[in-house]
Write a protein that binds this ligand. Sequence first.
Ligand SMILES: Nc1ncnc2c1ncn2[C@@H]1O[C@H](COP(=O)(O)OP(=O)(O)OP(=O)(O)O)[C@@H](O)[C@H]1O
Length: 233
Amino acid sequence: MKHEYPIVLKGLNHWFGTGDIRKQAIFHLDMSLPQGSFTVLMGPSGSGKTTVLTLVGALRAVEEGSVRLMGTELHAADEAVLRWARRQIGFIFQAHNLHESLTATQNVMMGAMVHSGVADAPARAAARHALDLVGLSHRLDYLPEKLSGGQKQRVAVARALVGNPSIILADEPTAALDKDSAAEVVDLLVRLGRERGTTTLMVTHDNRILERADQIMTLEDGRLVKTETSRSP
Ligand SMILES: Nc1ncnc2c1ncn2[C@@H]1O[C@H](COP(=O)(O)OP(=O)(O)OP(=O)(O)O)[C@@H](O)[C@H]1O
């Protein structure tokens, strides 16, 4: 089923700690991300970007307000719904989370097997397909140490894509990359939005990629202070 806005946050508040040290980290956050769009979440260190990403990713319980993924509410959702939500998502983090002793294909296969519990042969086929999609079909059997920074991060993107997610959540995926490699990874995510309708939310400090974003949202002290829409998806 298609959803015009696969990610919708309404009146989201979040706190850390209890008692005297209880501190609000997110304040009244509203956000709607259109299907196929590429949204960048910016803001100074400590402004709440990662907290938002983990709430949207069903990695943290929603305390107050609403997070809807593909129309399904995560606030007060049971574990089965949260597991379902995580299966809709491909997660991409900084470059260095590939297993060094596994080839590109094996790294991506792990994503397929964890994601959907599929067996070896279909996981291998899915991994090859995902690596082809990110332009690495000529590097299937390479170990990470033989790949460039940009190629490693494209393996991480392939691993996130292998379960065919509707949503991609990325935390600083270009931080360790040079300009061209960063552009490569971002162009890929933008293309996936256009071609497959994948909706991406990326946390970044990286000014180099802003011109490629459909929406740029800026958080300060847990509040959304600016939303810029640069082009329609
Ligand atoms: N597990 C936690 N326990 C207590 N406070 C936390 C926890 N995680 C985050 N915080 C606090 O919540 C606020 C938002 O943190 P968050 O990590 O979301 O910011 P960020 O914008 O992602 O920062 P950075 O760019 O440095 O990663 C900060 O004040 C932080 O200290």
